[in-house]
Ligand binder design. Structure first.
Ligand SMILES: Nc1ncnc2c1ncn2[C@@H]1O[C@H](COP(=O)(O)OP(=O)(O)O)[C@@H](O)[C@H]1O
Ligand SMILES: CC(=O)OP(=O)(O)O
Ligand SMILES: [Mg+2]
Length: 374
């Protein structure tokens, strides 16, 4: 069996797969880690619960695959975790203080529980390693950027690689050009050509780009200094932009279902939040059109992308001039990976449910095979 662990800041998700064929055997989620009254004080306790639910401590495991959000400049492919790699992963933490510590906590506990089993790190940033320098580079003092590792990395790469592969199968065009919209709690847009990243909306950290559930996405950096001069500390501003911005900051709800419900009932704040969210998305799609020159496919994934026919309709409604024609019936249907544009649409619009854990299992299995079977 292959166990995949996605250890996030407030939840640990896991899936267990059969080693041959990667059939899913089990899936689970431990939530509200560290919240008062949740009974799960920390990641140690969450992993103990995963162990209990999966039989991880004694089970017949081929490998454990871990989601790691930030691979830094060093890791552009999945890697077997030994002491040296674990130390290098710890060194990346300053680049991703809000994401990597939880990933590392999961790795640490799993390695301690199963030192006999290969453990593999699979990075959100890896898919974007092909991003050209012009897209990767912030226009700031070059020497400073080099010294402090300030550049764009991009995230959601595991999800993007997975759904884009499925999408290229649907349009039967391996060298297709397209735009992948991963709209979950975090949200990102990625311009892709074949299996290469052309540009992506998240940057040095997963804060840049689209409007998200609780994250602002793009703001003028001067806003931050304005708020600091107004008396907020850097940590307070960071925490606000990460946890109390986005849909939540605009209207008090971070769940798109609640936002839409309130907007339908005439609530002005929820309506504006919805409009800001969709406006930003449309802007990125237009920008990526310009970068790609031609778009064969647009793919929606993540909780919002997969489930909200309304968001898909709103976002694409202004794009008729670019040859995008949504089929209202197909768009409203709800079943698995599918095309939702009309037959005569110049761009094939698709909905593809993501499966980051399956992609991590595949990468983990392939790396373990390459390493130990020769
Ligand atoms: N039917 C739906 N309509 C609109 N939004 C939905 C629907 N179902 C789920 N969502 C949104 O998906 C979000 C979660 O996305 P998901 O990709 O599952 O999260 P995560 O990033 O934690 O994996 C929720 O916050 C919710 O806003
Ligand atoms: C990198 C990132 O934003 O991940 P998530 O969407 O899981 O928060
Ligand atoms: Mg997600």
């Amino acid at each position: 069996m292959i166990l995949v662990i996605n250890s996030g800041s407030s939840s640990v998700k896991y899936k267990l797969f059969d080693t041959d064929g990667l059939t899913r055997l089990q899936a689970g989620k431990i939530e509200r880690i560290g919240e008062p009254g949740s009974g799960v004080p920390d990641h140690e306790a969450a992993l103990a619960q995963v162990a209990e639910e999966t039989g991880m401590e004694t089970g017949d495991l081929t490998a454990v695959g871990h989601r790691v959000v930030h691979g830094g400049p060093l890791f552009t492919e999945p890697v077997l975790i030994d002491d040296e790699v674990f130390k290098q992963l710890c060194d990346i933490t300053p680049l991703a203080p809000l994401h990597n510590p939880a990933n590392l906590a999961g790795i640490e506990v799993a390695r301690r529980m199963r030192p006999d089993v290969p453990q593999v790190a699979v990075f959100d940033t890896a898919f974007h390693a092909t991003m050209p320098a012009a897209a990767r580079t912030y226009a700031i003092d070059a020497a400073l950027a080099e010294r402090y590792g300030v550049r764009r990395y991009g995230f959601h790469g595991t999800s993007t690689a997975y759904v884009w592969r499925v999408a290229r199968g649907l349009i039967r065009r391996p060298d297709a050009k397209g735009i992948v919209l991963h709209l979950g709690n975090g949200a990102s847009a990625t311009a892709v050509h074949g299996d290469r990243c052309v540009d992506t909306s998240m940057g040095m950290t997963p804060l840049e780009g689209l409007v998200m559930g609780t994250r602002s996405g793009d703001v003028d950096p001067a806003v931050i200094f304005h708020l600091i001069r107004a008396g907020m500390s850097p940590d307070e501003v960071e925490s606000m932009l990460e946890h109390r911005a986005g849909l939540l900051g605009l209207c008090g709800d971070n769940d798109m279902r609640a936002v839409v419900e309130r907007a339908h009932a005439g609530d002005a704040e929820a309506t504006l939040a919805y409009e800001v969210y969709c406006h930003r998305l449309r802007k990125y799609i237009g920008a990526y059109y310009a970068l790609l020159g031609r778009v064969d496919g647009i793919v929606f994934t993540g909780g919002v992308g997969e489930n909200s026919a309304l968001v898909r309709r709103t976002v694409l409604s202004g794009l008729g001039a670019l040859g995008v024609r949504l089929d209202p019936l197909r768009n409203a249907a709800a079943d698995g990976a599918r095309v939702v544009s009309t037959e005569d649409s110049a761009v094939t619009v698709m909905v593809v449910p993501t499966d980051e854990e399956l992609e991590i299992a595949q990468e983990t299995s392939a790396l373990v095979e390459r390493t130990f079977s020769g």
